[in-house]
Design a protein around this ligand. Sequence first.
Ligand code: 5GP
Ligand code: MG
Length: 500
Amino acid sequence: MCGVFGVYNSKTPAEDAFYGLYSLQHRGQEAAGVVVAGYDEKKKKTVYRQHKGMGLVSEVYKDPEIFKKMPGYAAIGHNRYSTTGASKSASNIQPFSLTYRSGNLAIAHNGNLTNSRALRKELTERGVIFQASSDTEIIPHLAALSKEKEPLHQIYHALRQVQGAFSLVILANDQLIAARDPYGVRPLALGKKTNPETKEATYYVASETCAFDILSVDYLRDIEPGEILLIDKFSAKNHKPSSLFLPPSKRKARCIFEYVYFARPDSLVFNHSVDKVRRNLGKSLARESMVEHPNDDQHQIVVSVPDSSNTAALGFVRESNKISRPARFEHGLIRNHYVGRTFIQPGKESREIKVRSKYNIIRGVLQDRQIVVIDDSIVRGTTAKMLIKLIREAGPKEIHLHISSPPITNPCFYGMDFPTKGQLLTYMFADAKDNDEEIENIRKYIGVDSLKYLSLQGMLNSAPRFEHETHSYCTACFTGDYPIRMTDATTDKEEYDSGE
Ligand code: 5GP
Ligand code: MG
């Protein structure tokens, strides 16, 4: 997964991109990059300058001198999620930038194309040279090969040919273009700040609105599914940016996992508060919960797995109390915030030490109590299994594990960094005769007194509804119902696994 950011008509585009990416850090921790468009007085034209590197945003832009070397008026930036294999190579760090017959182009992408293999083969046969193994590079090549004259129309032409999930920010000479696939899989928001003296507008584009908040930017609206939005010097003078639209898809397929786990709760995603949806998920889970309350007048102690399930746990507690099942939210698990995703664990029991390095228990909160542990999702199941073992050490009376989404049974081909099907916990128990037996087997494996996943309907009912749509969300990881054909989809995981 990734985070993207764009800014147009700013005096400090590189710094803006830094702060934007900094607040989108959760969307990708492997690498970061910024390309700035600046006017070169000597050359009398716009030139692009870039700085990219492996690691966190704060590491890649540690040296303040970097910003002095990237003056300009517009920028795009990208955070790359830590995946595996080929993606570790520096040549895959975005934005990609290139020079072609119409000038300069730079692109940053969140999502995954599903026909990249075929397009790449076709382009390679036509003599196109690829520098990276990422699917994103196909888009600027298709644009460069287009017979259209204007970059906007070249990009339209390119995006007509690609399939899959894409939220894009593109610099094309002195223009900023933002685009979203017709299904609307990944989020993309538009923001604006108006200079009170000059009345000039600065436009911003970001995966999530938390990137606007850090810069005191107002959220205007989402880039619509299928929209290609052009921001240029006229928009800077406060003329409304213009848009083109790709042919609409039959249905929409916003990624529901953005609400379940991925996005920050302080963001608006798909024009709705992530915090609110996540609380709803917790409330629905409380309504579906079958745990018998202890009859000794004690509260249920509800513990979240910080930080990702904090919000769902709050919703759960609120609803539990409403339906007369006294519950109390407690911090029973403490997370070490300095453990990064790239944390290396020496030693044999590395998986256990990994969980122990990240979480510790507060004995007094958990001992002799009925504990409901809330987590947002189970992917491989390692976190849950180890955490429960850890919580048992505190001597609770009962442990009930409640998950604020249904079981994950299928990989994601649209950008979420899930493992292959065989690495998902559910795969281990896939030969159970029915759902109940499967859940019971998982419960025993994790070692809890009860295990409850939120139902698919419960999850969908917790998410916002969009008018005039029959299908608004992609739930493929839970249902196997893939909304976008994926005959030749590739994921980084796939490449990696087959090469192992
Ligand atoms: P598991 O150990 O089952 O693979 O991971 C489950 C935990 O990872 C949950 O606590 C959940 O919050 C978190 N999680 C869910 N999806 C993802 C993901 O795509 N990437 C990462 N890094 N963590 C995830
Ligand atoms: Mg978590």
